[in-house]
Structure formats: C-alpha cells, structure tokens
Unconditional design. Structure first.
Length: 322
C-alpha cells in the first residue's frame, strides 16, 4: 500500500508586527480585552507590495529545502487560500512560474481556515493513487486585505502568513487518514458577502470585508473541532493517549482550550501559535506544524493530529505519523 509522507515543512511570516498596543491607537480596544478574549498578543501584516504568492513562495522554498528535494521532483502544487493574488490564474499557477516549474498540475483550494486540511486531503489522494509522487501543499493568506480595520469585532483576530509541506510517496505511513466536512447552511455566520459575481462594486470600492457572528462561530468551532478528533481517532482505532501532538487551527486560545478540554487532551500536547500569529486562516495549521518541527517538539515517528475550521462552515483533520 502506498502512503504520502511529510518530508519537509516550511513557514513564512511578513516582517511587520502589529501588536495589540498598536491597535489601541486606531480602534476602541485594549490589550487586556484582546488578550483575555482571544489569547492574541500580536499578528503579522504583509507589506503593501507583498502578495499571497510572495508569502507562499517563501514558505515553499523553506519546505523544499527542509525536504532536500529538487524542484524537478515535485509533480503537484496545491495552494489553500482565500486571498488569491488574482481572480485568475490561481495562486498555485503563479507560484509554479516563480519556482520555474511547468507542466504538472497546480491549483488552488478554497475552504477558508480549513483550507490547508482540504489541500492536504486532496494531495494525499493524488499520492496514494499514484497520480502524483511528490506534492507541495501550501496554506498562504494575506487575510489583512479582507478585514475592515475600523471594525474592532473582527480586525483584532486576523493576520498574514504562509506554511508549507512537501509530501512524498512512501511504503510506510505517513498520513494515516484525512477527514473533510462542510455545511453550507452556515454560510452567513462567517463570510465576505461580496465577490466577483455578487456586489462587485463593493470589491472595486475596496470594501470586501470579513463579517462574523462571533459567538455562534465560537460555539461551532469548539464542537466541530472536538468531534473530529474522535472521528479521526476512531477511524484509526487509536486512543487520545496515542496522540503525541494536537495542532488545531489557531483562531482563539479559548477555542483551542475548550477543544482540548472536551477531547481530554492535556495542554502540554497542544501546539499554540495564536498568541504571536493571530488567525492566519489557511496558513495557521502548517505554520504551527513548521514551528513545532523546527523547535524540536514534533519528532520523527510521533503521531500528530492536525485540524482546521473555517467559513462555510468547513472543517477537517489529518492524522499523521511524522
Ligand atoms: N475590543 C473591545 N471590545 C470589543 C472588541 C474589541 N476588539 N470586540 C468586541 N468588543 C465588544 C463588543 O462590542 C461587545 O460589546 P457590547 O456588549 O457592549 O455590545 C462585547 O465586546 C462582546 O463581548 P463578548 O460577547 O463577551 O465577547 P466574546 O467573549 O464573545 O468574544 C470574540 C468575542 C469575537 C473574541 C469571540 O466570540 C470569538 O472568538 N469568536 C470566534 C471568532 C473566530 O475565531 N472566528 C474565526 C474562526 S475560523
């Protein structure tokens, strides 16, 4: 049986740090409010001339170097993003050109904050079926571009960044399973309610902003992300004690803590970056994975459960033997 295996991770954060103190001077908020309600202390913001493909490229190069593969070996690129550079071509095609690659499939996946899990699930199926041998999977966002910076209910939560993994076919696992879900009836609870086909004038006016019913989203995120831990462990006939690490979507420390408590996974086994990154949407999980790999917490042979939750709603997980 063929599996896909993560052989390298990478990450990139824009240089500009926006702290809660900085936000105090632009909106009516406080470091105390943001920290106590969300756990976020600072987030990164892309420079005006920095685009999603730039972030994706930096993270991809980082992951390719860690994986010690040549670009020629990569035969699939998937970019998870909600903040594509252009309407088309896809950010994955722009990245493919940047990397000097051609011919093999490159495409974007859009599942907002669960996007990386969806991209990983698709890439895993390509590799398992033999349709690809070596895949570059990236979550990259300039989410700051779809935020109303005068709306304190949303603007304190989000940031920019990119994370990447290189997957390669292997005879031993690897990715043990991926689990993906969506429920479009919650489409209005977390969204940017304008786009190319609807209310395009608002996009042209620079008013394509994220709107959110915070309390409802919070409740759903906790339920979906704790239920999917059970689903993932059950599918692999594993117990929570078999897990070495949980890497949840980094939206809010209170969501992460509530998920950990419901799933009875101790805090020491949960990777947290939300304090320094904020919510970087599709980039949050691969960025957190990369940090935990690079600082030596996540080690070869360990079992890691990745999970995401986002607008749609969408939610997903991946159980990995590193
Ligand atoms: N600074 C100060 N006050 C703020 C604020 C801010 N940045 N944002 C909102 N408030 C105010 C509101 O105006 C409201 O005031 P009011 O009661 O006078 O109307 C009050 O704070 C809301 O407080 P509360 O309901 O206690 O907030 P909360 O504990 O529900 O936290 C969120 C709000 C947004 C942090 C929380 O609901 C949340 O994290 N939801 C999930 C969001 C998320 O993660 N989305 C992405 C998922 S992928």
């Amino acid at each position: 049986m063929k599996y896909s295996r993560i052989i390298g991770t990478g990450g990139y954060l824009p240089e500009k740090v926006l702290t809660n103190k900085d936000l105090e001077s632009t909106i009516e908020t406080s470091d105390e409010w943001i920290t106590s309600r969300t756990g976020i202390r600072e987030r990164r913001i892309a420079a005006d001339d920095e685009f999603t493909v730039d972030l994706a490229e930096a993270a991809a190069l980082n992951a390719i170097e860690a994986a010690s593969v040549s670009r020629g070996e990569i035969d699939l690129i998937i970019v998870a993003t909600t903040t594509a550079d252009q309407v088309f071509p896809s950010t994955a095609c722009l990245l493919q050109q940047r990397l000097g690659m051609e011919g093999d499939p490159a495409f974007d996946v859009q599942a907002v904050c669960a996007g990386f899990l969806f991209a990983l699930g698709v890439a895993d199926k390509f590799v398992r079926t033999g349709a690809a041998n070596c895949a570059l999977v990236i979550g990259a966002e300039t989410f700051s571009r779809i935020i109303d910076w005068s709306d304190r209910r949303t603007c304190v939560l989000f940031g920019d960044g990119a994370g990447a993994v290189v997957l390669r076919a292997d005879n031993s696992p690897g990715l043990l399973s991926t689990h993906l879900h969506s429920d479009g009836k919650y489409k209005d609870l977390l969204c940017v309610p304008v786009g190319v086909s609807r209310n395009f004038s608002k996009v042209q006016a620079g008013a394509a902003y994220t709107t959110m019913e915070g309390t409802e989203v919070f409740r759903w995120a906790v339920k979906a992300m704790s239920d999917i831990i059970t689903e993932t462990l059950d599918a692999n006939d594993m117990q929570k004690d078999d897990l070495d690490w949980l890497i949840p979507h980094q939206a809010n420390i209170r969501i992460i803590n509530a998920v950990g408590a419901r799933a009875k996974i101790p805090n020491e086994k949960v990777v947290v970056t939300v304090d320094r990154h904020g919510n970087t949407s599709a980039a949050s999980v691969p960025l957190a994975l990369d940090q935990a790999v690079r600082d030596g917490r996540v080690k070869s042979g360990q079992h890691v459960l990745l999970e995401g939750f986002g607008g749609g709603f969408t939610w997903g997980s991946a159980l990995i033997k590193m």
